[in-house]
Design a protein around this ligand. Structure first.
Ligand code: ADP
Length: 762
């Protein structure tokens, strides 16, 4: 074959030089040959001179030898009468000839009767003569069948049923043993979504074919013509003579008889197909899928009329299917909407919102099509369906939180490509859709999709020995060989997330935020009420204690007066009772004083300023100096205290209370010590007062902070009102901090406190 060049200067790839490395670029429209169930003539359009003819014209049509045809008018080939009819028809149909083959004639020639088709290409008219085959069904039935089929197709519900019916009907019209509806996915591979089968054949339904099974050039041509018919996969191509006419190879893009690529026939043969027909399914001008027919037991030449019926059906399918697919998407959207509503209601009904997402029959897992889901909040991680382990999910969230900060919703069908650690669990989570609920927090809802390989059945049975097409040690374009190739390309990949699913995740996120917001509002209202009642309590304590002071002072005064002026008139018993009255009133005065003090801590505004805590501690220790001396305790200050924003007087009191307790509650005669220090912490410094005293039982750790709660008799360990720690707690809390104790009996006690909020430690 003469070497031809493409526009970019490389050699043109055609049937003559195609191999496994270049078949993706094979110019299959320039096959230079036809299939043997017909013959072809190329005519000049103006005067219908024969420019090119398939080598089988004399044998099949009964024309004179090729060299006596070339350059001669069409009459030489077809005889006067048939040529005259053809001329008439061509003239009448001239306007439509540019759109592909038009049936112009059923020609009775010396070789037999032929359906004759004409279409225009650059440089002339292609006239194709096709042997008339016997139709599978009577023609009259065909029309009414077609009509009722279309009515039934319209009535089907869902794409699945739609295609199942379409396959059944196509098989009836054409007589093929297998008819499949094949849908292309975004990566170019295709699923068999419906199938109609003769008995005893192995079904391909539900299988996926790799993208390489239908190379790019074939796809281009599929989109150009509505039907590709190959009656016999074992055919011998018939050459066109001469090889080129009118300045170049003949473009048979739309031709009915075009000889197909050897790659294609090899592939079909490996599938066990002896005859095939393929019709494209188009949506919005793009190739959406195929109706693919196969005959396994024998070659099958389908007659023109049923082929027309099948082609018409494919047209209708394309139109109806677009609408059906939109309906399906619409239904999916409805389902998402209903689930969202349900989840929102469930979240609002639960005190912890994420229970609404993870408990009950309808969980986030049902929200979009996913194999697993996870909800992660401060309260923990809940896993649903097939997911990676909890630790892996936490790590993934850590990565998402750091790297995917642009958008609150993140989606990928190939997680390992971005996050290599995902290789460990790509069988369960090759694809991830993630919605971050709150900015800067690791609260997420995640959906997982398994690896494609795990979810589909592959065409090509690896255990079945088959004819393998091998060139230069490379195996390709056999179901098994291309399967292996495809397997490589989908490893670690899930089905892609659809735009509407990503939008749905964003909607769920908004719904969660709203619920959180509403719950926060409710909490704030409750808090406000609580703090109002706290204020009321404080003022009650203040008023009560303030008003009690007066009468108490009266009692004390009168008792003192009685003791002094009339003490002698009483006997010893009487005097003792009077002394008890005095002791009790003094005690009561202490209690009232503490209560008053406590209520003041809550009521009076804080005087916040940045203070040197070291100085405040000095002052507190100064007020305690007599006590320290008395006990002989050693005061340890391992580290300078920092500067901090606080209320100086209150914090001094806080230190004084803690240190005085530390001095008090000890049995040791010697070696007593109190240590005051602090530790750096991520959020805010943690201060402590530690002693080596008697310690506190864990059961009491909470109770000691309650007002007037004492663990010892009043007079033991130097006594106290039981309000000290309550005041300490109040001071810490008014600074936004808190106080807690670590202690065990006999092991001393460590009281820690903060003077600002420390979320982490809570
Ligand atoms: P009190 O005025 O009785 O000291 P507090 O509110 O200061 O009241 O303390 C409550 C109780 O907690 C005390 O009665 C004591 O039993 C216990 N307690 C407080 N500090 C210590 C400590 N450093 N070691 C052991 N027990 C302590």
């Amino acid at each position: 074959m003469a070497s031809m060049l493409t526009t970019n200067g490389g050699p043109m790839i055609t049937a003559g030089n195609v191999d496994l490395n270049n078949c993706d670029r094979e110019q299959i429209q320039f096959s230079g040959a036809v299939q043997p169930h017909g013959a072809l003539l190329v005519l000049s359009e103006r005067d219908l001179l024969v420019l090119q003819a398939s080598a089988n014209c004399p044998a099949l049509l009964g024309t004179p030898a090729i060299d006596r045809l070339l350059g001669q008018p069409i009459e030489h080939a077809l005889g006067q009468s048939q040529a005259g009819e053809l001329r008439d028809r061509l003239q009448r149909e001239a306007a439509g000839l540019g759109n592909g083959p038009v049936h112009v004639l059923r020609a009775a020639l010396p070789g037999g009767v032929f359906d004759t088709f004409a279409h225009r290409v650059e440089g002339g008219l292609i006239i194709e003569f096709e042997v008339v085959a016997a139709p599978a069904a009577p023609l009259l039935d065909l029309y009414s069948d077609l009509r009722s089929t279309i009515a039934r197709l319209q009535a089907t519900h869902g794409l699945q049923a739609f295609f199942a019916l379409a396959c059944d009907q196509t098989r009836r019209f054409t007589g093929y043993e297998r008819v499949m509806a094949y849908k292309f996915l975004e990566d170019g591979s295709g699923d068999v979504t419906a199938e109609s089968l003769a008995e005893g054949l192995q079904p391909y339904l539900g299988m996926r074919f790799p993208a390489t099974d239908i190379p790019a050039p074939a796809r281009r041509l599929f989109a150009l013509s509505w039907l590709r018919h190959l009656p016999d996969t074992n055919y011998q191509p018939v050459a066109l003579l001469p090889e080129q006419a009118a300045g170049g190879p003949l473009d048979q893009s739309r031709g009915l008889l075009r000889s197909v690529s050897v790659m294609y026939t090899s592939y079909l043969k490996n599938m066990g197909a002896r005859g095939t027909m393929v019709m494209p399914l188009m949506k919005d001008g793009a190739l959406w899928g195929l109706i693919s027919c196969m005959n396994h037991s024998a070659p099958l030449h389908v007659a023109y009329e049923p082929r027309m019926a099948a082609e018409f059906l494919a047209h209708m399918l394309s139109l109806l299917m677009a609408a059906k697919e939109d309906t399906e998407t619409y239904e999916y959207k409805l389902r998402i909407g209903a689930t969202l509503e349900h989840l929102t209601r469930a979240m609002a009904a639960q005190s912890i919102f994420h229970d609404g997402l993870t408990k009950g029959d309808t969980t986030v897992l049902r929200f979009v099509d996913a194999t697993g889901a996870a909800v992660a909040t401060a309260d923990g991680v809940v896993l649903l369906g097939r997911t990676p382990g909890e630790a892996q999910v936490r790590q993934l969230i850590g990565w998402l939180g750091k790297s995917q900060t642009e958008n609150p919703v993140f989606a990928t069908d190939s997680l390992t490509a971005l996050y290599p650690a995902a290789a460990e669990f790509e069988d369960t989570a090759a694809g991830v859709l993630a919605a971050r609920l709150v900015p800067h927090r690791d609260d997420y809802v995640l959906w997982f999709r398994s690896e494609i390989e795990q979810t589909v059945h592959w065409a090509g049975n690896p255990d079945k020995p088959m004819e393998v097409l091998e060139v230069d040690g490379e195996i390709r374009l056999t179901p098994r060989g291309s399967f292996a190739l495809y397997k490589q390309s989908v490893t670690g990949r899930s089905a892609p997330w659809r735009e509407m699913e990503i939008e749905a995740a964003a909607s769920l996120r908004r719904a969660v935020l709203e619920v959180i917001l509403r719950q926060a509002e409710a909490l704030e209202t409750a808090n406000r009420e609580l703090s109002r009642s706290n204020v009321e309590l404080d003022s009650f304590a203040f008023v009560a204690s303030h008003d009690l002071k007066e009468p108490l002072r009266g009692i004390t005064n009168y008792a003192t007066f009685l003791m002094r002026s009339h003490g002698e008139q009483l006997d010893e018993d009487g005097r003792e009772k009077l002394r008890t009255v005095l002791r009790l009133t003094s005690r009561m005065d202490d209690l009232i004083e503490s209560l008053l003090h406590y209520s003041r801590v809550g009521r009076v505004d804080m005087a916040l300023a940045v203070n040197d805590l070291e100085v405040i501690l000095d002052e507190a220790l100064m007020t305690l100096a007599p006590r320290i001396q008395e006990t002989g305790a050693q005061i340890r200050r391992p580290r300078h205290l920092p500067w901090i924003r606080c209320d100086r007087v209150r914090v001094r009191e806080l230190f004084a209370n803690l240190i005085s307790n530390a001095l008090k509650y000890s049995d040791a005669a010697a070696d007593r010590w109190v240590e005051i220090g602090w530790e750096d912490s991520f959020e805010t410094p943690v201060f402590y007062v530690r002693d080596n005293g008697i310690g506190i039982d864990a059961a009491q750790h909470q109770r000691i902070f309650q007002i007037f709660r004492r663990l010892h008799p009043r007079d033991a360990y130097g006594g106290g009102s039981g309000a000290g720690l309550t005041i300490v707690q109040r001071v810490a809390e008014r600074h936004g901090g808190r106080v807690w104790v670590e202690s065990a009996p006999g092991e001393g006690a460590t009281f820690r406190f903060t003077l600002a909020s420390d979320d982490k430690a809570s």
